[in-house]
Ligand binder design. Structure first.
Ligand SMILES: NC(=O)c1ccc[n+]([C@@H]2O[C@H](COP(=O)([O-])OP(=O)(O)OC[C@H]3O[C@@H](n4cnc5c(N)ncnc54)[C@H](OP(=O)(O)O)[C@@H]3O)[C@@H](O)[C@H]2O)c1
Length: 242
């Protein structure tokens, strides 16, 4: 396994949830961490938490959906070894009733923004490094229309970039299914509880993932030098069900 000591890891979405835990685990391995997000309070809290753990960390306010701002921010970054993207909005519901503006918003977030991140990151990526995206699993096309298509798009992006960047760098994705993270902070608690119960029932392993189970999967893909072009589902086997 590759050593992350003194490696520079950029985590777009390192201020919360899975991304923050990835930052903590990578910092514990001696990595230098650059985190980015939109909300400045969350960024400051994450930076101070990582510093308390002894990490070399810097935090940057950027909205990755604003591609001009994203481009300007990338221009300020040093070359780095790895980049993790946690960017990807979601939506529920089938195609028939879906609002086209909402579909476009989710595709813009999950698919087009991550393409742009891949393009910009490729120019800064040091030899032997990797890009690691966040896909998703668990929803069927008829229940999660644009999220489902966005995840297929990420999986295709990973294959394309992996082929284009080999042998210089690797590209992979992790696919979580529904997990209790701050991602659902704005959802009414009753709705969140109902969804939780449904997923605990539908997941063959009969429980949700922990944030640690997800974050350690990202660490594994960052460190294993012979995996590229893959999306790894960490989902308790949810797609095995009917
Ligand atoms: N949790 C789940 O149930 C689940 C299931 C399947 C897939 N996923 C995927 O996992 C990712 C969410 O991770 P999480 O569950 O750990 O949620 P989270 O706690 O909300 O973390 C998301 C991180 O990404 C940052 N971020 C989001 N949009 C951004 C943007 N446009 N520009 C810059 N930073 C941005 C957030 O910071 P700011 O909000 O401050 O910008 C935050 O740091 C998404 O890609 C989602 O599709 C989650």
């Amino acid at each position: 396994m590759a050593n992350l000591n003194k490696q520079t890891i950029v985590i777009i979405g390192g201020s919360s949830g899975i991304g923050l835990r990835i930052a903590e685990l990578a910092a514990a391995e001696g990595a230098r961490i650059i985190i980015a997000g939109r909300n400045t309070e969350r960024l400051a809290a994450a930076q101070s938490r990582l510093q308390q753990l002894g990490a070399a960390v810097s935090s940057h306010q950027v909205d990755a959906h604003d591609h001009q701002a994203l481009e300007q921010w990338f221009a300020t970054l040093p070359d780095f070894n790895h980049l993790v993207s946690m960017v990807g909005d979601v939506m529920g519901g089938g195609f028939l009733q879906a609002d086209m503006t909402e579909i476009r918003r989710v595709m813009e977030s999950k698919f087009f923004t991550n393409i742009r991140i891949g393009q910009l990151a490729a120019g800064k990526l040091l030899k032997g490094g990797s890009l690691l995206f966040t896909s998703g699993t668990g929803g069927r096309a008829q229940h999660a229309c644009a999220s489902y298509v966005g995840n297929l798009g990420i999986n295709a992006l990973v294959q394309g970039l992996a082929a284009e960047l080999a042998p210089r760098a690797r590209v992979n994705a992790v696919s979580p299914t529904w997990t209790l993270t701050p991602f659902w902070r704005d959802m009414p608690p009753e709705q969140r509880d109902q969804i939780k119960v449904r997923f605990e029932h539908d997941i063959p392993l009969q429980r949700l993932a922990t944030i640690d189970e997800l974050a350690t999967s990202y660490l594994f893909l960052l460190q294993n030098d012979f995996i590229t072009g893959q999306h790894v589902a960490v989902d308790g086997g949810i797609m095995l069900g009917s």
